[in-house]
Design a protein around this ligand. Structure first.
Ligand code: G6P
Ligand code: MG
Length: 214
């Protein structure tokens, strides 16, 4: 790994766990329009942008199709509920394993960035007191194409002043591993994505990163 100078981390499912908050917020929105939604569908939304997530959820909607404006209103409503739930997050929502590993990687000279499709990424990082652990943040506010498009990671690399080949990506979603590979980066999986054969390195726990990045 001696060519790697920067590591880009997905947020949801890697640094913090917001899946359940996404679920609760989408569920409330789906119930309000009588649309079936469950945790299995929610799992398909990892790494997927807000509007693309809504389209996946609406595949189960049997009523008259919504206009673009109505869809935007539904996504807005979900996000208001989601943001309210995020306010409950505290620094205790980040494990010691994650916090100490990030600090050690920085100490070893690696540049660190977040690479998340979420437009709420900075808000979440502030809530859990992780915002100062990174040299750059690339998120849903600076991209037009979400994962599996590599844009969010390519921007992350450029914010760090590095070439994609000098960067590794840590991801829990298949779409994120695809994005890393499409961007010509080393793809490291954790959680669900470890069962994806496209990932280059599989982590059992976050601090295993220290075994690869000396
Ligand atoms: C992350 C999550 C997705 C979410 C997306 C957009 O990638 O894994 O589940 O849909 O961010 O999040 P946002 O906070 O902008 O709605
Ligand atoms: Mg994720």
């Amino acid at each position: 790994m001696n060519n790697i100078k920067g590591i880009i981390f997905d947020l949801d499912g890697v640094l913090v766990f917001t899946d359940h908050y996404h679920y609760l917020a989408w569920k409330k929105m789906a119930d309000s329009i009588n649309c079936y939604f469950d945790e299995i569908i929610n799992n398909k939304l990892r790494g997927v942008s807000r509007m693309a997530s809504l389209d996946i959820i609406l595949e189960n909607y049997k009523g008259i199709p919504f206009t673009k404006e109505e869809k935007e209103a539904l996504a807005f409503k979900k996000n208001e509920i989601y943001k309210d739930l995020l306010k409950k997050m505290t620094p205790d929502d980040v494990s010691r394993d994650v916090r100490d590993t990030l600090a050690e990687l920085r100490k070893r000279g690696y540049k660190l960035s977040v690479g998340s499709s979420s437009k709420n990424a900075k808000f979440i990082l502030k809530q859990v007191d992780l915002i100062d652990s990174f040299d750059a943040i690339s998120d849903g506010t600076n991209i037009t194409n979400s994962k599996p498009d590599p844009e969010v990671f390519l921007k992350g690399a450029s914010f760090l002043g590095l070439n994609p080949q000098e960067c590794a990506v840590v991801e829990d979603a298949y779409a994120g591993i695809d994005a890393a590979k499409a961007g010509n980066m080393l793809a490291i999986s954790i959680g669900d994505a470890t069962s994806y054969d496209k990932s280059d390195i599989k982590l059992t726990k976050f601090s295993d990163l220290l075994l690869y990045f000396k």
